[in-house]
Design a binder for this molecule. Structure first.
Ligand SMILES: [Zn+2]
Length: 240
């Protein structure tokens, strides 16, 4: 088992995933939830991509801010943060913040991009987290899981075959912010990169005086569950 990766209750282990997609609702979700894991795997040779479903155009308390200007700011922040972590590519779906719904058209868009990018590992929101109040986090988690199934079986969205998008099997899903984590990544070596990446989201972390301390506490609390100094925690769903 490579140092630092712990699958509680699951002793089998391989190399870091070759291709990873983090599919999230908002700019900054990936950095908060899995930024240090992304940095670690990118350093180890994984090809990591982000699919960001909205551009976070409602994430401001500034009465002078407009959704359009905020989306521009937050996309730039997301690109800068992704660069710090070694992410290869960021795709924005540019849906409206706060209005995501788990419907078939959204599923088709995500399934199409999964078939296109062919990830082994998809990281996303746990849609079944108890009392998860953000509609975008629920809708994104559910849609991504449904899209992984649709991407896998060729009879889903048969029009994709006509444009050369063959069925693709994702090997595992890692759900973050889960009530039942069972997959822990040691982030001792990459938490500093996570903090540097989060600092790029100035429009968001600039409003929270103690954000670095909070991130450190979350990492320590997740690590404690797995006997690691600091960790990011996920619920793992193996698919192959
Ligand atoms: Zn979010």
């Amino acid at each position: 088992m490579p140092k630092g990766i712990c699958r509680k209750g699951n002793s089998d282990e391989g190399s870091p995933p070759a291709k990873v997609m983090a599919i999230v609702a908002h700019p900054d979700d990936a950095e908060f939830a899995c930024g240090a894991t992304v940095a670690r795997w990118a350093q180890m040779g994984s090809e990591v991509r982000y699919l960001v479903c909205t551009s976070g155009n409602k994430g401001s308390k500034d009465p002078q801010m407009t959704p359009h200007r905020l989306a521009e700011i937050r996309e730039k922040e997301q690109m800068a943060a992704a660069k710090v972590l070694g992410v290869k590519e960021v795709t924005f779906l540019r849906k409206s913040d706060g209005e995501l719904e788990a419907h078939l058209a959204f599923r088709a868009e995500v399934a199409m991009l999964i078939r296109h990018f062919q990830p082994n590992t998809v990281i996303t929101h746990d849609p079944w987290r108890l009392y998860q109040i953000h509609p975008d986090h629920r809708a994104t988690g559910l849609t991504v899981i449904d899209a992984i199934v649709a991407a896998r079986d060729h009879l889903f969205f048969p029009e994709f075959l006509a444009i050369g998008l063959q069925a693709h099997i994702t090997s595992q899903i890692l759900l973050f912010s889960s009530d039942n984590p069972d997959f822990f990544v040691d982030i001792s070596d990459t938490i500093s990169l996570k903090l540097r990446a989060l600092a790029r989201h100035q429009s968001q972390v600039g409003r929270i005086a103690d954000w670095k301390e909070r991130v450190g506490k979350w990492a320590a609390a997740s690590g404690e569950k797995a006997g690691l100094p600091m960790a990011e925690a996920f619920k793992r769903i193996p698919l192959s």
